[in-house]
Ligand binder design. Structure first.
Ligand code: ADP
Length: 440
């Protein structure tokens, strides 16, 4: 790859990084309509290792209010998810226990804390009893929707959004039992305007801690809110990832926590056939791609490019050749992106052209062909093995066989390919695109 486009890609990635986490998370919520499958066991670290560990296999065992049980079933939930099995009894215990929980998106965290909040409020008390902070307005709205759905048969419990633009009259006091919002506004509502009396809060939820700390100021604001809450307030923190920075933040927000972690499913290259195609330029790569197009569109394929610009160009060229392709690009609004992914999932398009940043964390089960139009590299130009595994490994999930084709267009990219090959200790074979018998 030319160094110019490299630099461009790095700029793009960095600019995208901050807002990207929140957008990615929202995207995941918009396109997710069921639980992520996992066979891994949860890891539990109890505050008091001597106390018995409860885990439930049904919602009945939780002795929920009938209105809430009805809400849960109306959402189509039959039994608790893996993380809910242990998280729910802990959150619903008396006296309340603090919890830090980490698991990838789609494993049932939101549903779990929503149920905890709804269980703990007293609808007869017309003041805020639960605060839930989210990194962005849109994410807050998504959680709000879950509260509304689950609380459908419990209409006495009311919800209000503490988000910028939601202006209240000075001196007013909130009557709603649950307040959900972003840290800045929530802090103002507690401290500056006193719409909320923090001393009456019984449950404090901090959602998407990893996204939260990626935004300047959110960490401090969250800590300042937490400091105003009573000692016996239940503190709950959730995160999809758990790097050191998230962990140290979590410890400042949640004293004496129980900790639950659910590992991601391991990705594997075992069931994947990996090839490379040797070319001399971007145009040659395009030509090679056209040669294999018929073969790859038997299934659904994702094509990864390093920059938005290349992705846009490639999608344009493929369309000009008469192929119907979808483009998923960072320039699009999150809702537009969700619509593209939905169409692709429904099989309306067979090929999706995208960049790394855009497709991170998106699982499209039926994809069995992945093409690296550009090989994944980090900002120093070294092979990005993790991204490689994540792009390709997806095709190995669900027990299906997959196919990965890497486009190589220079000595530099050949070197990267070799290093990826060595890293995974898995042979990547050369594919002659004029003779495709091999892959069919
Ligand atoms: P997370 O917060 O970890 O991203 P969610 O709570 O949003 O996960 O759950 C992911 C998806 O799974 C949502 O569509 C949600 O409605 C659904 N879901 C959550 N818990 C259950 C359950 N126990 N049974 C079936 N579906 C569930």
């Amino acid at each position: 790859m030319a160094s110019e486009s490299w630099a461009q890609a790095v700029d793009e990635q960095e600019a995208a990084a901050e807002s990207d986490k929140a957008a990615q998370s929202l995207l995941n919520k918009l396109i997710r309509n069921n639980l992520v499958n996992t066979t891994n066991q949860v890891e539990v670290l109890q505050k008091d290792p001597n106390s018995p560990l409860y885990s439930v296999k049904s919602f009945e065992e939780l002795r929920l209010k009938p209105q809430l049980l009805q809400g849960v079933y109306a959402m189509g939930f039959n039994r608790p998810s893996k993380i809910q099995e242990t998280a729910l009894p802990m959150m619903l215990a008396e006296p309340p226990q603090n919890l830090i929980a980490q698991s990838q998106s789609g494993t049932g965290k939101t549903a779990a804390f929503v149920l905890a909040m709804l269980s703990h409020v007293d609808p007869n008390n017309k003041y805020p009893q639960c605060l839930c902070v989210s990194p962005t307005y849109e994410l807050a709205l998504q959680t709000g929707k879950v509260i509304e759905q689950m609380g459908k048969y419990y209409p006495e419990v009311k919800l209000v959004y503490a988000i910028r633009g939601n202006k209240l009259e000075r001196g007013s006091k909130l009557q709603e039992q649950i307040v959900i919002g972003t840290p800045g506004t929530m802090l103002d509502w507690c401290n500056k305007f006193r719409f909320i009396d923090p001393k009456k809060i019984r449950v404090f939820v901090l959602d998407e801690a990893d996204v939260m700390i990626a935004t300047q100021g959110h960490q401090d604001q969250s800590i300042r809110i937490q400091r105003t809450l009573p000692k016996n307030c239940q503190m709950l923190l959730f995160s999809a990832t758990f790097e050191e920075s998230v962990w140290s933040f979590a410890q400042r927000i949640v004293p004496e926590p129980n900790i639950i972690k659910l590992k991601r499913e391991e990705e594997t290259l075992d069931t994947i056939k990996q090839y490379f195609v040797l070319c001399n330029s971007r145009e040659e790569k395009f030509q090679a791609l056209c040669n294999i197009y018929g073969a790859i569109t038997i299934a659904q394929a994702m094509i990864f490019c390093h920059t938005r610009k290349t992705a846009g160009w490639l999608a344009g060229e493929l369309s000009r050749e008469g192929h119907q392709v979808a483009l998923l690009s960072g320039e699009m609004q999150v809702e537009q992106r969700a619509a593209v992914i939905d169409r692709f999932r429904d099989g309306k398009e067979k090929v999706l052209v995208t960049t790394n940043v855009c497709a991170r964390g998106i699982d499209v089960e039926q994809v069995s062909v992945v093409i690296n139009f550009d090989l994944p590299v980090d900002k120093d130009g070294n092979p990005d093995n993790e991204t490689y595994l994540h792009r390709i490994g997806r095709t190995g999930r669900f027990g299906k066989r997959g196919l990965a084709i890497n486009m190589v267009d220079s000595k530099m990219s050949m070197n990267i390919l070799n290093r990826i090959q060595e890293h995974f200790n898995k042979k990547i074979e050369r594919l002659d695109t004029d003779d495709l018998d091999e892959i069919e």
